[in-house]
Design a protein around this ligand. Structure first.
Ligand code: HMG
Ligand code: MG
Length: 297
């Protein structure tokens, strides 16, 4: 199959990136990062998570971030919603884009959201049905799609089943997460071939962590199968506090460099992304994990 002509980048750094920092990033810094990202040409940005501050203290300021961040025409802001409590908050905050998150691994699901995989699907069904009635856009995450820190190898069939369950309840899009970044090209080919056979490719996104340096190659493998929604995180920030060994997401700048080289349209400005990278790295007092940013230092 020929490569997609256009790719949609979903920027997850304010959420996936900052949830994993050991120190609390001041709310004002989070807001400035999001506002910079919103002016790079990115159209989809994950702001934060409406999760328990006991579980993820780094995002305890979620309501303030949502209320105070400026909006920009054509830029969608989404938030993670783990349960009914978070969903009610999302409604109260008038959010139009939410993401529910479960996994292809039952053990990871329990460690991450304190519910079995089966229970998560039962609970999310009520949320997604209601959200769709209200006209919200709902993304569903399937974590540990290429391996689990607790269960090891995950069968592609398990990923397909959870994805289909989320789509059947009404999710608009499924993001397939390599939470700990263990997948290789062959794994991505096998999984993606199965997924695109059963699921509309326009509803599939990929979310790679770059723990073993495989993320760009894996993205290319997904592109070859027509998948054209890619999650990424500026400066390669990211990780999951409940997935030991999960390092940063693939860096948005590095994905953009590859897509530019392939002549694939994104509408995203490299220079503005690099400025956002410098901004957040300065605050974190460490260097970027983006190869592109390092090359330009
Ligand atoms: P729980 O302890 O089972 O919750 O946590 P509970 O229902 O038993 O309630 C206990 C207390 O928490 C109650 O308060 C609730 O009100 C409160 P109390 O009565 O004791 O005062 N509570 C909440 N407070 C704020 N927001 C809420 C909420 N829900 C209950 N939403 C819960 C269950 C889901 C809340 C918890 O497990 C949690 O917050 N987990 C979040 C984990 C997380 O954010 N992980 C990282 C994101 S996933 C990821 O990174 C992977 C991804 O990037 C894709 C990939 O890489 O694969 C998406
Ligand atoms: Mg992630």
């Amino acid at each position: 199959m020929s490569l997609p002509k256009k790719v949609t980048l979903v920027e997850v750094s304010p959420r996936d990136g900052l949830q994993n920092e050991s120190v609390f990033i001041p709310t004002e810094v989070k807001i400035q990062l999001i506002e910079q990202l919103a002016q790079t040409g990115l159209k989809h940005i994950e702001l934060t998570s409406l999760v328990s501050p006991q579980w993820v203290p780094q995002l305890a300021d979620h309501a303030e971030v949502i209320q105070k961040t400026k909006t920009f025409p054509g830029v969608d802001y989404s938030v993670l919603v783990p349960n009914e409590h978070g969903y009610q908050q999302a409604l109260a905050l008038n959010l139009k884009h939410i993401a529910v998150f479960t996994a292809a691994s039952d053990t990871f699901c329990q460690k991450n959201i304190n519910r079995t995989l089966a229970q998560s699907l039962i609970d999310y069904e009520q949320i997604v049905l209601d959200a769709k009635k209200r006209g919200l856009n709902v993304r569903g995450y399937v974590s540990c799609a290429l391996g689990c820190p607790y269960e090891g190898k995950i069968e592609p069939k398990a990923v397909l089943e959870v994805s289909q369950a989320l789509l059947e309840m009404g999710c608009d899009e499924i993001s397939i997460g390599d939470t700990i970044g263990v997948g290789t090209v062959k794994d991505v080919q096998v999984l993606s071939e199965l997924l695109v056979k059963h699921i509309d490719v326009h509803k599939l996104a990929v979310h790679f962590h770059d723990t073993y340096g495989q993320a760009l190659a894996n993205i290319y493998a997904a592109l070859e199968l027509g998948i054209h929604i890619i999650d990424a995180s500026v400066a390669g920030l990211g990780g999951c506090p409940y997935a030991k060994g999960a390092s940063g997401n693939v860096a948005t700048e590095d994905v953009l460099y590859m897509l530019n080289g392939l002549g694939i349209e994104t509408d995203v400005s490299m220079e503005k992304l690099l400025a956002a990278d410098r901004f957040i790295c300065e605050h974190l007092k460490r260097s970027s994990r983006s190869k592109m940013a390092i090359a330009r230092e």
